[in-house]
Design a protein around this ligand. Structure first.
Ligand SMILES: Cc1ncc(COP(=O)(O)O)c(C=O)c1O
Length: 401
């Protein structure tokens, strides 16, 4: 080994981390600030969180809930989560056996993957996928197999044979995100049943990220795969309060799992973070206990935001369809950018500098960047004035010659 190699090994980052690409969303947010652009890149609200939940957290701090809580979650929050799943989805969840409260769905996902995967295991991931699942797979040491979701006039869907071909004896888990970031897809009952049958056939787990469970459009209902026959014992259901209650900075999420798996997740969670912020857990418990009506209104509010952004995007020349859920839209940029490697990133940078709107280059959501080179993702958890200003700017965009 040469001296240079030794030096770079000792002082450089690990091989594992070397393979991470830095989050493009962060770069876009930085560029947006530099150019005073409207940030439709990072998926967080620019409006206030509801007062009833803020008050509960403030009260908890005043009452001195300021020390570590139980590692796997304050009993009041675990109770609130279990009661909610029972009330809304008729899912039997026990606070002491099944629930682990984590620092957001993000930590719930990585703690789960570390807890259930061994090196050499395979995971099945639909693509395009939420950015974190790439590094998550590397950290857990498993090998991901990607199955494409493709847009069609009827919405984004997968080919059943392609999905079946991705499963084999090494498959330990499939990661499902419904409602989906970035496509807006909501998996149908028939699709989830098909996935269930594959999980049962190959004795695989379903790890399901349901963080947008209350943001569905056009009368769609959320269906947790854990409620399908045969799935409760092989599903880890992940969600949180970030998106539902517009508190992405609180870092409260959870994983619901069969007891043996929950014990593993709790161990990883404990060593990674010790616990989620204690007073904010009390605020989250209050939100969940008293938030059903608020949650019912949420989808309508987001439908209005979707209507404010997506049809104008289509009229401006972006090739996109109405998302079925969540608060993102993937838009084709064929009309504005020459196709080619890096076209999406070049377009996104140009859009920030020249038009004053930030989005996320499509390549961020694919294992092979070329697959996303004709796409950009915009998000719409924004005030009307923000969305209107973005639309006014995007209308000025000139098509390529
Ligand atoms: C699919 C998906 N999962 C998880 C998260 C993050 O959730 P949390 O804030 O609870 O970590 C996001 C945020 O954008 C997301 O889009």
């Amino acid at each position: 080994m040469s001296a240079t190699t030794i030096a770079s090994t000792r002082h450089g980052v690990s091989h594992r981390v070397e393979n991470f690409t830095e989050s493009v969303i962060r770069e876009m947010t930085r560029l947006a600030m530099e150019h005073d652009a409207i940030n439709l890149a990072q998926g967080f609200p620019d409006f206030a969180a509801p007062d009833f939940i803020k008050e509960a957290a403030i009260q908890a701090i005043r009452e001195d809930v300021n020390q570590y809580s139980v590692t796997w979650g304050d009993p009041a929050l675990r109770q609130a989560i279990a009661a909610k799943y029972q009330r809304i989805y008729h899912m039997p969840v026990e606070p002491d056996r099944h629930v682990t409260v984590c620092c957001g769905a993000t930590e719930a996902m990585i703690s789960t993957l570390i807890a259930v995967l061994n090196p050499g295991d395979e995971t099945v991931i639909f693509e395009p996928f939420y950015e974190n699942y790439g590094p998550d797979s590397i950290l857990s040491g498993a090998q991901p197999r990607f199955v494409p979701l493709r847009p069609s006039p009827a919405g984004w869907s997968f080919d059943r044979d392609e999905l079946a071909a991705a499963f084999n004896a090494r498959t330990r888990a499939i990661i499902i995100n419904t409602p989906n970031n970035p496509t807006g897809k909501v998996f149908t009952r028939a699709e989830l049943e098909y996935i269930r049958d594959l999980c049962v056939r190959w004795d695989a787990l379903a790890i399901t990220d349901e963080i947008y469970e209350h943001i569905l459009y056009d009368g769609r209902q959320h269906l947790p795969i854990a409620t399908l026959d045969g799935m409760q014992e092989r599903t880890i259901t992940i969600s949180g309060v970030s998106k539902t209650f517009s508190v992405t900075g609180w870092r409260i999420g959870w994983a619901l799992a069969p007891e043996a798996l929950a014990n593993g997740i709790r161990k990883v969670h404990d060593f990674l973070t010790v616990g989620a912020p204690a007073p904010l857990q009390i605020g989250a418990a209050h939100a969940i206990d008293h938030g059903d009506e608020y949650c019912r209104r949420l989808a309508g509010e987001y439908a209005a935001r979707r209507a404010r952004l997506v049809p104008p995007l289509q009229a401006a020349g972006f090739n996109c369809q109405l998302p079925e859920g969540a608060y993102y839209v993937i838009a084709g940029i064929e009309r504005f950018a020459e196709p080619g490697d890096g076209a999406d990133t070049a377009f996104a940078r140009r859009l920030v500098r020249e038009t004053g709107v930030a989005g996320v280059p499509g390549s961020s959501f694919y294992h092979d960047p070329r697959l996303g080179q004709s796409q950009i993702r915009f998000c719409f958890p924004k005030q009307d004035a923000t969305l209107d200003a973005a639309v006014a700017r995007l209308r000025r965009l000139a098509p390529r010659r």
